[in-house]
Unconditional design. Structure first.
Length: 299
């Protein structure tokens, strides 16, 4: 049965930005990707982001991205929203990836702010509009100035919200004031893209999460969301505080690195990383084990 989708929750409520498993020699592990995708949906995810930053999209080829979308769709069918990351700093390339994702059967697109070339707000508006015009798929913006160098200003978000296929925003800006105004003025479905701020963003109008720690604590994230939606803010706060060691531990270094290490500790498909990312040191792995155990994660 397909997860519930409404204008307020176009991609569900709890999504995990999935890592891309590789084999020992660094090749794409499609069998592992199918296994991991099914595991994450079984754990309670409404959706999966494939080919996002956590999926090591900067170091996977266009062909690998296409294969991965198809493999994940094969594994989860209509049990979850499969959202394909298609963002680059080249509008033409992003459009090509968007069209490929649509042909592969993706249910939606994640479009990150163009990075490195630091376009002005008008450039961002035209970039995202061109992507949304290129396919019939719903689009989630991804606002992460810490990586892209440029925020999507509230006025730009409000303008983009007028496009019928721009329906959501993944917020990793870390600014609750700006989020509050943008949610109120744009009407977009708002997803927390910063696990430490999952609960605070719910309090100002977010509908759900696009999570990294969802790889290991999806049931807890679901419980936090359900408690908050049910009016039990005390329970939601209790779960949030219990997860603080996980939120901290999974981001002591780059999140893909720690996520793959955590999955490996749990016996799930992950595999090595592609340079320039590198594996945790033994000392870092020991600290990750302590952090996860403090948050109640079984290894």
């Amino acid at each position: 049965m397909a997860p519930i989708s409404t204008p307020q929750t176009p991609f569900g409520r709890v999504l995990t930005a999935m890592v891309t498993p590789f084999t020992a020699d660094g090749a794409l592990d499609l069998a592992g990707a199918r296994q991991l995708a099914a595991h994450l949906v079984d754990a309670g995810n409404d959706g999966l982001i494939v080919n996002g930053t956590t999926g090591e999209s900067p170091t996977t080829s266009d062909a690998e991205k296409d294969q991965l979308v198809r493999a994940v769709l094969e594994a989860v069918g209509d049990r979850a929203h499969v959202v394909a990351g298609i963002g680059t700093n080249d509008t033409h390339h992003s459009i090509e990836l968007a069209r490929a994702a649509e042909r592969a059967g993706a249910h939606g697109l994640l479009a990150v702010t163009p990075y490195y070339n630091k376009p002005p707000q008008e450039g961002l508006f035209r970039h995202f509009t061109a992507i949304a015009d290129a396919t019939g798929l719903p689009v989630m913006l991804y606002d992460i100035p810490g990586r892209s160098g440029v925020p999507i200003d509230t006025e730009t978000i409000v303008r983009l919200a007028d496009h019928p296929r721009i329906v959501a925003n993944k917020d990793a800006k870390g600014d609750l004031g700006r989020a509050s105004w943008a949610i109120a003025r744009s009407g977009l479905a708002w997803y927390s893209g910063d696990d430490m701020l999952n609960l605070p963003l719910l309090s100002v109008g977010a509908c759900g999460f696009v999570s990294v720690v969802g790889h290991v604590v999806t049931p807890e994230l679901r419980a936090l969301l359900d408690a908050h939606r049910g009016g039990d803010v005390e329970k939601a706060t209790e779960i949030h505080q219990k997860l603080l060691p996980v939120f901290t531990g999974m981001f002591r270094t780059q999140g893909v690195i720690t996520t793959k290490a955590a999955l490996t500790l749990q016996g799930l498909p992950a595999g090595p990383l592609r340079l320039p990312l590198v594996e945790l040191s033994p000392e870092e792995t020991a600290q990750l084990k302590l952090d996860l155990a403090a948050g109640g994660v079984q290894l």
